[in-house]
Design a protein. Sequence first.
Length: 198
Amino acid sequence: MTRRGIPAFARTTGALAAIAAAVALAGCEKLARNMYDGAKEKPLRPSAAFDDGSSSRPRVEGTVEHARGILAGTSSGRVGREAEDRRLAAERASAIPYPVDLALLRRGRERFDIYCAPCHSRLGDGDGMVARRGFPHPPSYHIERLREAPDRHFYDVITNGYGVMYPYGDRVAPEDRWAIVAYIRALQLSQDPPREAR
């Protein structure tokens, strides 16, 4: 029998095809959603998902960054040989390997305000907002021991951490670490200028 000229088996087949398509599309959406809605781990919180119990993961040895540093804004984002050579030179330097100019100091101040000032304060006196709320006070950059410390000391502390200070080597690029060191030196000079400049 036909209803309005459509055979009964055709209506049944069409209805089954529509149901199958709806189920398939719903399944695709669920799979796509699972890719976007993964398990969320908060940084520096304990996690049972990893053997070391930490939710923060260290950089995998041998990985190459493709969208960070000097060439991150380029169309390819790939780090070229020249940029890689500069990065390695920055990591091996014992003193600030760049000319200390206004651009470097501005970059250093920007990075310092983001990563260092919460504990060290914007003056570098160790009285940042985190320290005021109970975290151990870091030493002032203006004490004699740190005024006389080599540039590499600050670079290494930023890279590897020191005492209760967490390492920032995985989030602050080598060139930015040196920019921070240059800015720390400027902070030190602001509080204790050389005698000939007084």
